[in-house]
Design a protein around this ligand. Structure first.
Ligand code: ADP
Ligand code: MG
Length: 729
């Protein structure tokens, strides 16, 4: 009898909701109380230091040593006023998680006493002994030092008793070893390129920021049940498990009332977020049972990325108090919807204008169309790179699984805007346009309504959908660091805008009027990027066929998708904007391939272990029970009567043997393939082998195991079943 499974289940039945730790009446009461934001800076720093940081935040100016010293003193005073005893540089290595190394403020002085110390040097730079972070060969052991450097654009915050300072993480030779460094460069590139284009429309624009509003999906599973599933514990997803009789078909979970236990967890988690300045706003049930979503108000992209990384940490920590485990994996349960992290993205000018929001008059609408059409064109030109930016072993389960956007990149814009682009295409003439034609065109553009009513967002199947005043990149995985996707989109947009300006300026130089030049270039983009636009059902098979006809890529698995990170085109793009050099790109490519291989390797081992240590022994034990029973029958009955009475059990005995034999032989073959893969020397070959030789056994083994689950006495089964994992509140 499986004691662990039943003990776990009993534990869950006895759970009482844990009351939230922090009680508050208004979110604004606690908002950003643990953040060294502008208000705190003003309170704790001299004016000149404050201004120096604000200027660094807003204009990217550097902060000199003297100022940094004042900032450090102010930051320490603030942190100590909040009872912090330690500080850490907080960074995002390529493991995908966040990293911290805590140091005490405490410092012994010469007289044998101690003081609390924190100086410019400690604020600006740290040297974590970081030789075991992934580096893709960038950091040889003889230069094993990496260093972290303060990112003043993302404010410091306090978790527990530790002051956390957001930093970049680079090798001693200056190469990026993290997610933040290239993102900051991409944001800088798009800022500059967008400002230049805005000059056509509004001379007051001097700064453009990218904005990001993510929507985090996740599952909550009771800790006891989670711990009784070694697969969940070690891989974040269930590798076996038959679908429950009731799944998500009744759609009764989506937006349903949130159970009290979960609600208390959410309140606690949100309180932590609010104190850290994460503007969480929305919470609701998702489609699958025990699946939920949390979304903040959008923010500047770099800050939003940091906040998402923080959120993922907070979620896990707070969950412990409530006896939950948070699953951020993209596909924890087969046959049940997986989780994503929609990235709502836009560009916002310092004049307060959202550049992806239709305006009030023809001029602002032309600006809107310019940015809108350029991003479509950019996605068209760089679809493979965008696909690569969301590639991971776990996201492969989701993309193209008829529940999430497919691996085919396309852009949805809605019927109203499609019509406007069609009109533009038709009305812009190849020769010189007459004043009447231009007026007519402007009138058409002037008619774009400021708010695009239900034109958008109804298509939930597009990976990249325009939703009224932003694009929603829906293919990002729930466990991903948003940085890579955001680095890709913003770099692509920067490049695209620069090309656009070049083309427009060339026409102007030849004597074409400004508006006409803009119209002409936009028209040529509408025509050349038409293939990427798709308004239909992205989950359907017809789209797969149609996309192939259009020549669009459909790269289903990660090892191949990652090629586009190091393609000639991407290299050129990254070099042009100084986002990464070739070594950094190659290193990343290798790290991602290795991560892929390791993930599949671990899953494969867990499958082998579980199959041989849990499933097969249980099957044999149950089979023995049947055999004993049949033997007993034979003593009592004979001949035809025995056949009738024992026939069904004899069949079951045989069926169990067949499943056990299949499991055993598949596991053996899988292990053989693993050995072969391990002997390959190149990261790409290994990843390909794991993907196409090892991974296919996962499904064949699972098929047999899930059949046994239905066959075997429930009390023998050791692993908590889907119905227990998903339907216990
Ligand atoms: P949904 O139907 O997807 O929930 P919402 O309008 O509620 O749509 O917005 C979803 C997300 O988009 C939110 O996180 C919101 O903050 C974000 N968002 C809204 N405007 C922008 C913008 N200009 N830039 C980036 N994100 C935005
Ligand atoms: Mg959304």
């Amino acid at each position: 009898m499986s004691t662990l499974r039943f003990k776990a289940f009993e534990e869950v039945l006895q759970r009482v909701p844990v009351a939230p730790l922090v009680s508050y009446d208004k979110s604004s009461e606690i908002f950003a109380t643990r953040v060294f934001n502008k208000k705190a800076m003003r309170d704790f720093m001299p004016k000149e230091a404050y201004e120096s940081v604000v200027s660094a935040m807003e204009h990217g100016t550097t902060i000199d040593r003297k100022m940094a010293g004042m900032v450090a003193t102010g930051m320490k005073a603030w942190a100590m006023s909040k009872a912090a005893t330690h500080y850490t540089h907080w960074f995002q290595p390529l493991t995908g998680a966040t990293a911290e190394k805590h140091d005490a403020f405490f410092e012994p002085d010469s007289s044998g006493n101690a003081i609390e110390s924190f100086e410019a040097g400690q604020l600006v730079q740290q040297e974590p002994d970081a030789s075991s972070f992934p580096n893709g060969g960038i950091r040889n052991t003889f230069e094993a030092r990496g260093y972290t450097a303060w990112d003043p654009t993302s404010p410091a915050f306090i978790i527990g008793k530790t002051l956390c300072i957001p930093t970049i993480f680079v090798s001693y030779t200056g190469e990026a070893l993290d997610y933040k460094t290239p993102l900051l460069k991409a944001l800088h590139a798009v800022d500059k390129a967008a400002v230049d284009v805005c000059q056509y429309f509004d001379k007051n624009v001097t700064k453009v920021i990218a904005t990001l509003g993510w929507e985090q999906e996740y599952f909550l599973i009771d800790t006891a049940l989670h711990n009784a599933r070694p697969d969940l514990n070690m891989t974040g997803r269930t590798l076996f498990g038959h679908a429950p009789a009731k799944g998500q078909q009744l759609e009764d979970h989506y937006f349903g009332s949130i159970p009290e236990r979960v609600l208390n967890y959410m309140r606690d988690m949100e309180a932590e977020c609010l104190m850290l300045g994460i503007p969480v706003k929305t919470r609701h049930n998702e489609v699958a049972p025990n699946q939920f979503e949390c979304a903040p108000i959008f923010e500047e992209c770099n800050l939003a990325v940091d906040h998402n990384q923080l959120l993922m940490d907070i979620m896990a920590k707070v969950a412990e108090r409530h006896h939950f485990k948070v699953l951020l994996h993209e596909k924890p349960f087969a046959g049940v919807n997986g989780s994503g992290k929609h990235n709502n993205w836009s560009l916002s000018a310092n004049t307060g204008v959202n550049l992806l929001s239709p305006g009030k008059n023809p001029k602002t609408n032309l600006q809107f169309l310019t940015f809108f059409i350029n991003i479509i064109k950019g996605v068209h030109e760089n679809a493979d790179f965008i696909r690569a930016s969301i590639a991971s072993a776990s996201n492969d389960h989701r993309l193209g699984a008829n529940e999430a956007p497919p691996a085919i990149m396309s852009v949805f814009i809605g019927s109203q805007l499609s019509q406007i682009l069609d009109e533009l295409e038709e009305k812009v003439k190849s020769g010189k346009m007459s004043p009447d034609e231009k007026t007519d065109l402007k009138l058409g553009i002037g008619k774009i309504p400021e708010i695009l009513l239900d034109n958008t967002d109804r298509n939930r199947t597009s990976p990249f959908a325009f939703t009224g005043n932003k694009f929603e990149f829906r293919a990002v995985g729930s466990s991903a660091n948003c940085s890579l996707a955001m680095t890709a989109i913003n770099t692509i947009m920067a490049e695209q805008l620069i090309q656009f300006k070049k083309e427009v300026d060339a026409l102007i130089a030849k004597g074409t009027g400004k508006d006409e030049a803009i119209f002409k270039v936009l028209r040529s983009y509408i025509v050349s990027s038409k293939n990427i636009r798709f308004e239909g059902n992205g989950y359907g098979d017809e789209w797969v066929k149609e996309a192939a006809k259009r020549g669009l890529s459909n790269i289903k698995t990660t090892p191949e998708a990652l090629d586009a990170l190091v393609s000639k085109k991407t290299k050129k793009l990254f070099l042009a904007h100084n986002i990464m050099n070739e070594r950094e790109m190659e290193a990343r490519h290798e790290i991602y391939l290795e991560t892929y291989t390791k993930k599949i390797q671990i899953e494969s081992r867990v499958i082998g272990d579980l199959a041989m240590n849990h499933i097969v022994p249980v099957a044999i034990r149950y089979q023995k029970m049947l055999v004993d029973n049949v033997k007993g029958m034979k003593e009592l009955f004979s001949g035809k009567e025995f056949q009738t009475i024992a026939g069904m059990q004899l069949e079951m005995i045989k069926t169990i043997s067949a499943h056990v034999a299949n499991i055993t032989s598949h596991v053996e073959k899988m292990i053989d393939e693993r050995k072969k893969a391990n002997n390959l020397h190149h990261a790409k070959d290994q990843a390909i082998a794991y993907c196409h030789k090892v991974k296919p056994y996962f499904d064949t083994i699972r098929y047999e195991v899930d059949k046994l689950e239905l066959l075997i006495d429930d009390t023998y089964w050791t692993l908590p079943k889907y119905r227990e994992l998903l339907f216990t509140k």
